[in-house]
Design a protein around this ligand. Structure first.
Ligand code: PLP
Length: 363
């Protein structure tokens, strides 16, 4: 009898999302919760985006614009690319799926580093790929190590920049040298979900490689700094010849009408992004200082989260924080069991995290 489920699906793992707010309320019976486990924007969505959603709500009887004309126009203008060099996803997660579905043949290699965002490996395996993971070096993507994994079977390289969960970035020079050495039949995917938070000027301008028609795809999202995670909308820049192929695997109407309208309004709300990044800057200063005072090690970050080293008991501390209403991310599934990952929230949320952590580590 033939197998109902292919081995590569049978052996694949489920993506472990951060525990949702409702689940903690339901299971622990607590209401007063700070959610710092999924790198969301604690300031909320842009008020302009919320207004746009309200206005658009009366028209959800109509299908969305499948071509997302206005959103692509605005993104194209903002990032100096052509609308034809943009593809939208139901979150950038869906773009990972499109990329793998479009370009990867079963058995071909996907290379990334570990620890990184888990979806590249999960999706690579689910689509029958051979996923290879180089080690991070000093918590950073090690592009030399990635290159040494490349063979004639390699098709895709995924780089999380900044890297989730370590918050580190690769330098512009490193990226330039790397791209020069990547074979022409390999596609490099830069996942820049946390791009808006980056303050280091040495971050690569990866879109420049798209403009230069290299095999580079740059993924961005409205889920993080733009505060629209619940709407599921992400976008990617890629040379038109790659977008044209990815468009064939995209399900029609994948970017819903409320998401398109909200994203348009959010792009215009520059003030909300300014407040968001400023809140992050101040929150990071506070969390760094407090962790130093407590003698707790952490990895300096370019994103809106910090990996905090708590040693062998990190998982248990995570559970205890949850019981006290402070949700942070357990790093066991990321293969960093001595760490937790905490998002930067509002100042009162950051304070609650620090005070609760202080109490737990003192007992
Ligand atoms: C590196 C990275 N890429 C992509 C995503 C997913 O983003 P989206 O909500 O756009 O699917 C996340 C979310 O945590 C992430 O950390």
């Amino acid at each position: 009898m033939k197998k109902l489920v292919p081995d590569y699906i049978q052996n694949a793992k489920l993506y472990p999302p951060g525990t949702p707010l409702e689940e903690v309320k339901r299971k622990l019976g607590i209401d007063d919760i700070v959610k710092l486990n999924s790198n969301e924007n604690s300031l909320g969505p842009s008020p302009e985006a919320v207004n746009a959603i309200r206005e658009a709500a009366n028209q959800v009887n109509l299908y969305p614009d499948n071509s997302a004309f206005y959103l692509k126009q605005k993104l194209a203008q903002k990032y100096d690319v052509l609308p034809e060099q943009i593809i939208l996803g139901n979150g950038s997660n869906e773009l990972v799926q499109f990329i793998i579905m479009t370009f990867l043949l079963p058995g071909e290699e996907v290379i990334t580093c570990s620890p990184t965002f888990l979806l590249y490996g999960i999706m690579g395996r689910v689509m029958g790929g051979n996923v290879k993971e180089a080690d991070l070096k000093d918590f950073c993507f090690d592009l030399e190590a990635v290159l040494s994994e490349v063979t004639e079977n390699t098709k895709l390289i995924f780089i999380s920049n900044p890297n989730n969960p370590t918050g580190t970035i690769i330098s512009a020079d490193n990226f330039k040298n790397f791209i020069a050495k990547v074979p022409d039949d390999v596609i490099v995917v830069m996942d820049e979900a946390y791009y808006e938070y980056v303050t280091d000027k040495d971050c690569p301008d990866s879109i420049e490689y798209v403009r230069g028609n290299k095999n580079v795809i740059v993924m961005r999202t409205f889920s993080k700094a733009y505060g629209l995670a619940g709407l599921r909308i992400g976008y990617a820049f890629a040379p038109e010849r790659l977008v044209n192929q990815m468009e064939k695997v995209r399900e029609p109407f994948n970017a819903n009408s409320l998401a398109q309208k909200a994203a348009l309004a959010a792009l215009d709300d520059v003030e909300h992004i300014r407040k968001t990044t400023e809140n992050n800057r101040l929150g990071l200063l506070y969390v760094y200082e407090q962790l130093k005072n407590l003698g707790i090690d952490f990895i300096p970050t370019q994103a809106n989260f910090v990996a905090v080293k708590l040693g062998a008991g990190a998982g248990k501390i995570c559970d205890r924080l949850m019981k006290e209403g402070v949700l942070v991310r357990n790093m066991e599934s990321f293969n960093m069991p001595e760490y937790i990952r905490v998002s930067i929230g509002l100042s009162k949320e950051n304070e609650r995290f620090i005070k609760t952590l202080e109490k737990i580590v003192a007992t």
